[in-house]
Write a protein of this length. Structure first.
Length: 373
């Protein structure tokens, strides 16, 4: 079984960057980087993932001074006319900026042709442009992210995040273990999980995080079945992280003795959100695209360092440069955690052989905000 939930205050991920951060945000080290933008381009990315889910994202390319900077917009799951590669907005991005000045200007722009259904999509799209701007500014300066921040990238432990299907089965876990015997998992729990399935999954000893997705607005159709799911999971996974539990009195009561391993993802968009979660949890899933901006991201890292909170990274099904960017951030800030940054091939329905194994050796590009290909 994993011991992540038991390591809490001594967890290596807490200490990896905090000594050089002095518990202060590292954003000022990046904010004044010069940035020249001459053009913006959009490219469609596509892949078929587990359960024949077609994932579509947009690569954002900012061009200037003989260099390019890349980011990835993960805000849209269906091509409905609102993806960047469909609507190709002519945004006023050209000019000479500092990185901070560009981010402030970006905040004044309408990045969507119409307001998205979910507010989080605003932050996801903003992240695409800010991450591309950071990449471009660093490449124009001829420097790497870790060099400017003064941090050393370390090997990244990762987990493969997945659900067990509409008709829940352990087979998706077995397929990945067959291809990569040492892989570990973050699993999306469902009230339809039978007790036998919970025990079968637990017997693999390969699960580090259980994600209840209790803050995604999904209706609870059977409160009794949901309560039984929590009872079974708490018994079967005594040391796994318990992410985004449902904000219900009967669930809070069940989790009262497990707060050290409760983690939050969906409610965290700023450093202030960390102290406002429904339960007084210790652990934070730092998801850069959900936070949506560089300054806010580094403020989250700083607060977690000050409060010695265990952190781990999370993604949103990135297909291109965005995946490498969150792997790089994990290498700098929480390399020893159960980071949900597995290489994209793990998200295929039947992953190929020869999958990269955990931990990933650090591969920062010589310049920019990129994980080398």
């Amino acid at each position: 079984m994993s011991t992540y939930g038991e390591r809490d205050e001594t967890m290596a991920a807490v200490h990896s960057a905090s000594s050089k951060m002095n518990c202060e945000s590292l954003w000022p080290r990046l904010a004044e980087l010069p940035l020249v933008i001459e053009a913006c381009e959009y490219d469609r990315l596509h892949a078929v993932q587990a359960y024949e889910f077609e994932r579509i994202t947009t690569q954002v390319r900012l061009v200037g001074a003989g260099a390019d900077g890349l980011g990835e917009d993960v805000s849209v799951f269906l091509e409905d006319g609102t993806t960047l590669h469909e609507c190709r907005p002519a945004l006023p991005l050209e000019g000479e900026w500092t990185l901070a000045g560009f981010c402030e200007h970006l905040a004044t722009l309408e990045l969507w042709p119409q307001p998205p259904e979910w507010d989080v999509a605003l932050r996801l799209r903003n992240w695409a442009f800010e991450s591309a701007a950071l990449d471009l500014a660093l490449r124009q300066a001829g420097r790497s992210l870790h060099d400017v921040l003064g941090l050393e990238p370390r090997p990244v432990r990762f987990v493969n995040s997945l659900g067990l299907g509409e008709v829940p089965s352990i087979e998706p876990v077995h397929r990945r273990l067959a291809r990569s015997p040492g892989v570990r998992f973050k699993l999306d729990a469902e009230a339809t999980w039978a007790p036998g399935l919970v025990d079968e999954v637990a017997a693999t000893g390969a699960v580090d995080t259980i994600d209840f997705k209790g803050h995604y607005g999904f209706e609870v159709n059977d409160p009794q079945a949901l309560g039984a799911l929590y009872d079974n999971v708490l018994a079967a996974f005594p040391s796994a992280y318990l992410e985004d539990p449902h904000d219900l009195p009967e669930i809070a009561q069940r989790l009262g003795d497990h707060l050290r391993r409760v983690s939050y993802d969906s409610p965290i968009a700023s450093a202030e959100d960390i102290g406002a979660t429904p339960l007084a949890a210790r652990v934070v899933n730092v998801k850069p695209s959900r936070i949506g901006g560089l300054r806010a991201l580094f403020e989250v890292y700083a607060r977690c360092a000050r409060e010695r909170r265990p952190t781990y990274g999370g993604g949103m099904g990135e297909l291109g440069v965005g995946r490498g960017q969150i792997q790089l951030l994990a290498a700098l800030f929480h390399p020893d955690a159960p980071d949900d940054v597995a290489p994209s091939a793990y998200n295929e329905d039947d992953p190929p052989g020869g999958l990269p194994v955990s931990p990933l050796a650090p591969r920062p590009d010589a310049t920019g905000f990129r994980w080398a290909a």
